[in-house]
Design a protein. Structure first.
Length: 250
């Protein structure tokens, strides 16, 4: 059986109308492409932030309490503390993630606070480094004296080391530097990183942002506008509507 299709009805379509339709269709496709590129850019930024958070987990995953922060190395002038780095965070804040109505104000505020705390953390590290490097000779001398006190020996407890330093500073002022370094390290860990009970500190904000970011990325593509997700359907429907108007309603 041979089926013949009669396309003579297409002659009813005026060329001017057809050109107008295709111009509108191309404009729509260009607009959706622009929106898609913007959304993809946002998604890349959020993924970058997620990776940055993951890379800093060793630092921010730990909790620090005033009563239990007993790290012998907090006296050590050569204790290494790496600065925090979140390259995508300032850009996210600058561009304004608030343009997405489905992202909570709480998350946006926490991002801003987290960025402020990160800047404060890194600034404080710079201050700590300046204190330690102010007198390199004294710093080396302090390290040698701490080694003599057994700072690296497991048999020497924190409280024992702290007591020895307190007693020796009466005779040797270099141990005042050890106590000052300890005080600054305690501020970095307890006051800036904090714990789950401190809602304005890095540890708490880290977990809140990480969990919410996971949820945002999981649903990001689902939240794309209908006219972006279903371009083919909209294109087909617009063509059908165009033909209907041109052929039957004119």
């Amino acid at each position: 059986m041979i089926i013949c299709l009669d396309f003579n009805f297409l002659r009813e379509i005026r060329s001017g109308d057809l050109l107008t339709y295709f111009a509108l269709l191309l404009a729509y496709l260009a607009y959706t492409r622009s929106i898609n590129r913007s959304l993809d850019s946002w998604k890349s930024l959020l993924i970058s932030l997620k990776n940055d958070l993951k890379s800093q987990k060793e630092w921010l995953d730990s909790e620090y309490f005033e009563e239990t922060y007993k790290d012998k190395n907090s006296f050590d002038p050569f204790k290494i503390i790496f600065p925090l780095s979140f390259e995508s965070l300032p850009e996210i804040i600058r561009r304004g993630v608030a343009e997405f109505s489905w992202i909570s104000d709480k998350f946006i505020n926490q991002l801003s606070l987290f960025n402020e705390r990160t800047i404060a953390f890194n600034s404080f590290l710079d201050h700590l480094k300046k204190v330690i490097s102010a007198n390199p000779v004294m710093t080396e001398k302090l390290k040698d004296k701490l080694n003599d006190l057994g700072i690296d020996k497991k048999s020497i407890e924190f409280d024992d080391l702290k007591k020895k330093i307190y007693e020796l500073k009466k005779e040797d002022e270099i141990f005042y530097l050890a106590e000052n370094i300890r005080r600054l390290n305690r501020l970095v860990h307890v006051k800036l990183i904090g714990n789950k009970n401190k809602k304005d500190k890095l540890h708490y904000l880290y977990f809140e942002i990480t969990n919410e970011l996971e949820n945002i990325l999981k649903n990001f593509d689902k939240k794309r506008p209908f006219f972006i997700k279903h371009k083919i359907i909209i294109g087909a429907f617009s063509l059908l509507l165009f033909l209907l108007i041109e052929i039957f309603l004119k």
